[in-house]
Design a protein around this ligand. Structure first.
Ligand code: GLU
Length: 309
């Protein structure tokens, strides 16, 4: 079976070198197996997503030679579909309204026992008495809708990280402002696009059990997961603007062209091809086994050097 991969950026700004590296790995994984890489625009966040960012991101990917198969999806055009799915689950009593504020959730987060996930929901609104529920309804605060779960655990059989156990919680499917949650949209859209392999940053590994749970519930297949180590600055912190030249434009302003960037990215993923001219040059030699299992530190001349006065 040919691999169908996907790259799913959020169009909230230019892509940084970490995003581009993940896209490169995803492209290579798919194309090496005669597959294709599909694009998905994850623009659920309506206030920060901009068409201009989307166009720029596609341009940045093209500069590196990363192009996509035809079945692109834009999440902002699919809100009705996600809401219909939540309504279907509501009719089966698989979701419940949650009135908790962010602060209440943080304060009630259960102490971690065994494998856990960040910000796991303690289940406060799961079994509200009729009285408690109507009191909350009357407060006028609109509810978010959460999935009823039983702290199921799933082993993510990750191609890079290895088998990883993740526990799930009662995840939000529909936020209280009516916006569908990432965890729902990602699962629905991976199935809609026929995705068989998901390459993404390993900061998303801990939440993957949630996705597997939803896939089973909605009758979708579980794709193969490939979580890749993040890109960091010299301080070993996750790459951010303050680290220096972290976008193609910033690098080009320092005289570092796309070809040089591609060469650095190739080295960073364990490629032995010296001075690749295009992503195609990396295909034959690419091997996930050689991808370093620890974060990649960007070259020091890309970084901003802070001098004390
Ligand atoms: N939209 C997410 C991001 O830009 C990626 C989510 C995913 O790959 O599942 O970080």
């Amino acid at each position: 079976m040919n691999v169908i991969g996907r790259f799913a950026p959020s169009p909230t700004g230019p892509l940084h070198i970490g995003n581009l590296r993940t896209a490169l790995i995803a492209w290579l994984c798919a194309h090496q197996q005669d597959g294709e890489l599909l694009l998905r625009i994850e623009d659920l966040d309506r206030s920060n997503s901009k068409p201009a960012h989307e166009a720029r991101q596609i341009d940045e990917l093209e500069q590196l030679g990363i192009t996509f198969g035809s079945k692109a999806i834009r999440q902002s055009e699919r809100f009705d579909l996600y809401r219909d799915i939540v309504n279907g689950l509501r009719q089966q009593d698989l979701v419940y309204p949650c009135y908790c504020t962010r602060r209440e959730i943080l304060e009630s987060t259960q102490a971690p026992q065994g494998p856990t996930i960040e910000g796991a929901y303690a289940g406060t609104c799961r079994n509200l008495s009729v009285g408690d529920r109507s009191e909350r309804e009357q407060s006028g605060r609109p509810p978010a809708w959460r999935l009823r779960t039983n702290s199921e655990t799933y082993v993510v059989d990750d191609l890079v990280v290895g088998p990883t156990t993740t526990v799930i919680d009662d995840m939000v499917l529909l936020r209280n402002d009516g916006v569908p949650a990432y965890n729902l949209a990602v699962v629905v859209d991976d199935a809609a696009q026929g995705v068989t392999q998901i390459v993404r940053g390993d900061d998303l590994l801990h939440g993957t059990g949630r996705h597997i749970h939803l896939q089973k519930l909605l009758g979708y297949p579980t794709p193969q997961y490939v979580h890749v180590p993040l890109v960091v600055g010299l301080d070993q912190e996750r790459l951010a603007k303050r680290h220096g030249a972290v976008t193609l434009e910033e690098l080009s302003q320092r005289g570092i062209g796309t070809q040089e960037v591609l060469g650095e990215l190739a080295r960073s993923i364990g490629s032995q091809v010296v001075q690749p001219e295009s992503v195609n040059d990396l295909l034959d030699d690419f091997n996930l086994d050689r991808l370093p299992r620890s974060p990649w530190t960007i070259p020091s001349d890309w970084q901003t050097v802070h001098h004390d006065n």
